[in-house]
Design a protein around this ligand. Structure first.
Ligand code: 0O3
Ligand code: SF4
Length: 334
């Protein structure tokens, strides 16, 4: 048997690829809790259970819960009048009118709102009770923003999306303002907006620690560390996931020319990764680790991969699930 010529060898051997895997990445405590609530409700009450809005913004998560018997709706009015099945509110939180409507229809509901989103709701209410109007930094139309704005009567909360909005904002009483934010924003963009608001309204009450949560902050920090070291960056997540989209932007801004969102391996546009020798991978707070593994496996088919983990923070936060489901949680050993 003759030896392969160098040319043939080149064709057979896969190119080398160093993968730097961001840590932390993927599921946060709020997402983990929300998915558990749907899972445990299905176990305790049986199918169907209704879920108002995608429990978290990930098609794979939603499809797998749907396969177990969850029915996803956008509004409570889509649920049949004679329904007796539990209704679960998504992790992003809901306006006050939603539980009011659920009660008026005698629905049994479980609230999967992340406790860190609820904390923002409580802050907004406290400020309103103290007579302040509220500035909310967030993205118009996002369910968390709709939920937070819906904690107070119309007019009490003004939405600011950009530095330009902050520069143009004309409050009723400039000395009686408070600031709250969406939990999944860009840390840097938000600081720039806060800076403008503080300089224009020196008496504005700003949270001691920003409302942007630990998971959002940590995942952005991890991308800032990894992106400058690699030829391309992949964020596993969904296009309607605010925190995932922010990670793509952070990757771009950290100097990575190719910073892209991928829902799962079949979405990878291989032309974008032609000739790369290093790749950073992270996942949004709503993206399951199995999808990260799937993406790595797809790269391993085309490259000889060496995977290293870049740890920039440790996370050990977990949230309690509602009491009615807790006993079941113990009995199934979760
Ligand atoms: O708020 P976002 O679009 O990032 O939502 P996801 O992707 O479902 O992630 C969970 C975050 C959340 C529930 C609100 O903080
Ligand atoms: Fe809660 Fe933060 Fe996760 Fe949102 S991203 S669900 S606020 S922990």
């Amino acid at each position: 048997m003759g030896r392969s010529s160098p040319h043939v060898k080149e064709m057979i051997e896969k190119p080398h690829l160093d993968i730097l895997l961001c840590a932390p990445r993927g599921f946060c405590a709020g997402v983990d809790r929300a998915i558990q609530i749907v899972d445990l409700a299905l176990k305790k009450y049986g199918a169907p259970v209704y879920v108002r809005h995608e429990i978290v913004h990930n098609k794979f998560v939603v499809d797998s819960l749907r396969a177990k018997g969850a029915i996803f709706v956008e509004e409570l009015e889509e649920i049949p009048a004679d329904n007796e099945a539990p209704v679960i509110f998504s992790a992003h939180g809901v306006a006050k009118s939603v539980p009011v409507e659920a009660r008026s229809r005698n629905m049994f509901f479980l609230d999967a709102t992340c406790p860190l989103v609820t904390k923002v709701h409580v802050e907004a209410q406290r400020h309103a009770e103290d007579g302040r109007d509220i500035v909310l930094i967030g993205h118009k139309g996002h369910p968390e923003v709709i939920g937070t704005m819906g904690q107070l009567p119309p007019g009490r909360i003004s939405l600011i999306e950009t530095v330009e909005d902050a520069e143009a904002f004309a409050p009723r009483d400039a000395d009686n303002l408070a600031l709250v934010t969406q939990t999944t924003l860009s840390v840097d963009d938000t600081s720039a907006i806060v800076l403008v608001l503080k300089s224009r309204f020196p008496n504005i009450s700003v949270p001691h620690k920003e409302d942007i949560c630990y998971a959002t902050t940590n995942r952005q920090e991890a991308v800032k560390f990894v992106a400058p070291k690699v030829d391309a960056m992949i964020v596993v997540g969904a296009p309607n996931s605010s925190n995932s989209m922010r990670l793509v932007e952070v990757g771009e801004r950290a100097g990575c020319k190719v910073s892209v969102l991928v829902q799962r391996a079949e979405d990878i546009d291989w032309a974008q990764f032609d000739g790369i020798s290093s790749l950073g991978i992270t996942a949004g707070a709503s993206a399951p680790e199995s999808l990260v593994e799937e993406v790595i496996a797809a790269f391993a088919e085309r490259f000889t991969v060496n995977v290293e983990i870049a740890v920039t923070a440790e996370e050990n936060i977990a949230f309690n699930i509602p009491r009615v489901l807790r006993q079941l949680e113990d009995s199934v050993g979760r």
